[in-house]
Design a protein around this ligand. Structure first.
Ligand code: ADP
Length: 349
């Protein structure tokens, strides 16, 4: 069959058969030239073409369907996460994304957004609590000061030295509190790491023992220092001094006369450990989990006389955390307390 535009022909070639120089016969070889097909060839090709057309049609439809489903699977959880992120941006920190995806990366993104919301929510709660705590802490001394002043202005009280002295004490308490808050804000700011220079913990403890010597002497409380390491630490000298001061002054404040303070400095394979053991009033089990929190005071009546605002341990903890370490406490009411600071040795030179 001749198919239009398909040009082909039968090509014949003759080859003589020669034996002993004599032509014995002739062989004719004929074959179909290019594009010359029989009926069955054409039918076969037409079927093949049709088949290819159908198969490619199905392939396109399938690709479109699968593509759309895949795109939906990816875009749906993504848009849910985006909505959550928008909610968070608007200040709704309680928003959480509950979408689940089979794509690991999208699940990870959802988790990250939820963690971000959680952190922001906690920060917001902390900020609100801090504001109300500060207001609460300032209200008492300010109210006392106000009533004293008013009494003196109205002539109910004579403005003598002792009355003025008690007003002065309240002012000192307020400025101490403000100073402590400033310190806390500085050490809690993660961007502020403080200095890092070679520091000898032994030296810090010995210096502070000297500074506290007369206070402890007045209470007839001996200080014992057992030092088993002279190693240096890459740390902020002022901040570590602050921690030692806080722990020593607490031991002094919360112990009766004649009760010793034992300080131990030693190292393990990976850490430097500093312990302060006192035999004072101790902390009840109920108070123990909270003593590192801002403004937390275990014994209000005693603290009123000692004048603590409940920020010292919060500052100490922030400093030790900033150095990659940990501060823990073990205490028994009426028997005493052990404050233990563990600093990683990676920073030891
Ligand atoms: P404060 O300025 O009140 O001393 P801190 O943050 O240093 O604040 O301590 C928080 C609370 O923990 C204190 O008010 C006190 O009740 C308790 N505390 C801290 N150290 C000791 C200690 N060595 N012995 C007993 N109680 C302590």
């Amino acid at each position: 069959q001749k198919v239009p535009n398909w040009q082909g022909e039968v090509i014949e070639s003759d080859y003589p058969l020669i034996q002993n120089g004599k032509v014995m016969g002739n062989v004719t070889i004929a074959f179909y030239g290019p594009y010359y097909f029989t009926d069955s060839d054409v039918a076969f090709m037409e079927t093949l073409n049709l088949l290819l057309l159908v198969v490619s049609g199905i392939a396109i439809v399938m690709a479109l369907t699968v593509g759309t489903i895949m795109a939906r699977r990816i875009s749906r959880p993504l848009s849910i996460v985006m909505e959550t992120a928008n909610e968070i941006a608007k200040g709704n920190y309680e928003a959480r994304s509950k979408s689940h995806s089979t794509t690991v990366e999208i699940d990870a993104l959802t988790d990250s957004i939820n963690e971000l919301a959680e952190t922001l929510e906690n920060q917001e709660k902390l900020r609100q609590r801090l504001t109300s705590d500060v207001a609460h802490e300032l209200r008492t001394p300010l109210a006392t000061l106000q009533s004293h002043m008013e009494a003196m202005i109205d002539g109910i009280w004579v403005a003598d030295a002792s009355r003025l002295m008690s007003c002065h004490d309240e002012i000192v308490r307020i400025s101490q509190l403000v100073g402590d808050l400033e310190k806390l804000a500085r050490v809690e700011n993660e961007a502020f790491r403080g200095e890092r220079a070679p520091v000898k913990l032994k030296q810090i403890v010995e210096n502070q023992i000297k500074n506290f010597e007369s206070d402890f002497y007045k209470k007839q409380s001996p200080i014992e220092f057992e030092c088993k390491t002279e190693d240096l630490l890459m740390a902020d000298n002022n901040q570590l001094n602050q921690v030692v001061v806080n722990l020593m002054s607490n031991a002094l404040k919360y112990s009766p006369d004649c009760s010793p303070l034992k300080i131990r400095l030693y190292e393990t394979s990976s850490t430097m450990v500093l312990e302060f053991e006192d035999f004072g009033y101790g902390i009840s089990e109920a108070d123990l989990p909270f003593i590192f929190e801002r403004f937390y005071r275990a014994d209000h009546s005693r603290n009123r006389t000692t004048g603590g605002a409940g920020i010292g341990l919060t500052i100490s903890q922030a400093i030790i955390k900033g150095h990659g370490g940990k501060i823990t406490v073990m205490s028994t009411l009426g028997k005493g307390s052990i404050f233990k600071i563990v600093l990683p040795k990676t920073s030891v030179i």
